[in-house]
Ligand binder design. Sequence first.
Ligand SMILES: [Zn+2]
Length: 466
Amino acid sequence: MKLYNTLSRKVEEFVPHEEGKVKFYTCGPTVYHYAHIGNIRNYIGHDILDKTLRYLGYEVTRCMNITDVGHLTSDSDSGEDKMLLASKRENKSAWDIAKFYTEAFFKDFDLVNCKRPEIVSPATDNIDKYIEIITNLIDKGYAYQSGGNVYFDISKLDDYYVLTNHREDEMVVGVREGVEEDNNKRNQADFALWFTTSKFENQEMVWDSPWGVGYPGWHIECTGISIKYLGEYLDIHGGGVDNIFPHHTNEIAQSEAYLGHKWCNYWFHNEHLMDESGKMSKSKGAVLSVSLLKEKGYDPIAFRFMCLGSHYRKQLVFSYDALEQATNTLNKLRNRINNISNDGELENDKFEAYNNKFIDALSEDLNTSNALTVLYDLLKDDSVNNKTKLELIISFDKVLSLDLIKEDEEIDNELVEYINSKIEERMEAKKNKDYSLADSIRDELSEKGIRLIDTKDGTKYEVIKN
Ligand SMILES: [Zn+2]
């Protein structure tokens, strides 16, 4: 598997610390608003990497944080508290805002067939770990207290800009844009590890610490969560390109100062999704989310298909025309596949040949558009029989996740009988005004993925895909 590594600025052969196992960390969403489709493109890129590694036989453990601490509107230690702004806007507590938008995020995440990481941890669950790391950094002289806050001293490192190619000329601008002047800092690029002096009033999310009541800086959360759940040696750390500086730069600084050794070998960054006016942003009015696309009648998987048509390291411009085109192409592809009858015997040699081509495309720095070309080549190839084609498509879709094969809609008779008997039982309960029994029957079915729909012609049901 070859993967572009931001740390070396090269496509490299991927070699994990432990043979056959991958520790993979993804920077998760901030949950003060809906995730826009540009954010979701980033998670689709991570999903393809995750599934490709599994397809290649790696045992992957993936972890993602949820940034639910009241954070700051820019990536620097300044700006406004996003969670607090949202609380005011929506008249909810910060905790309710975080809960609401975490659920909204995963709804969209699931709609585009992204597989949830094994470990998902909200920032607010790991305060002890941040305090432990910060204490250690102060003890070692990497961090200092000033004006009530704790800062990381970047001058203590030889290689603070390791991830950004030492482009000091560019970094000067970056530092200026990313870091607001703060007289408590020794160096202007220093960053906060813990705040006790907040310029924001009414902070709801605060915790006790050796430095006073306050809350952690943004960057420490990913270091803390990653080390806590994935250990001291990380194989892949991913995020959007806008995370490279200052977020990932700061994560490396504090993690390696804390651990005393190199932390992560491969840094994976997904390019932006642009709209026609430029980079998508949550601050520009209504949020274009996957759910909104769905409400407008688009298939969320068509959005995923559109993303896979372009390389994750290239900027992609979103337009409704492009989405429309992706929808049509995907529908044609699905129709074509669903017209293939399942006949013949599996041809192992041909299966292997095409599967290798598919693996080769993905192993070349996740070339998803070439992987799709392999699929189209397969469909055109008259020398491969139907059975083999279908088996290959089922296999490819483990990574592509485009719902290429229609789910078998026939439900077995036993299940139908069971559902009908439960519906009858529930009707009976309702008749007897035993609503708690009626509800418990509904819940029982719902747990099995069966949703009841009461209509004026009686109760109908629908089997929901897991
Ligand atoms: Zn992060």
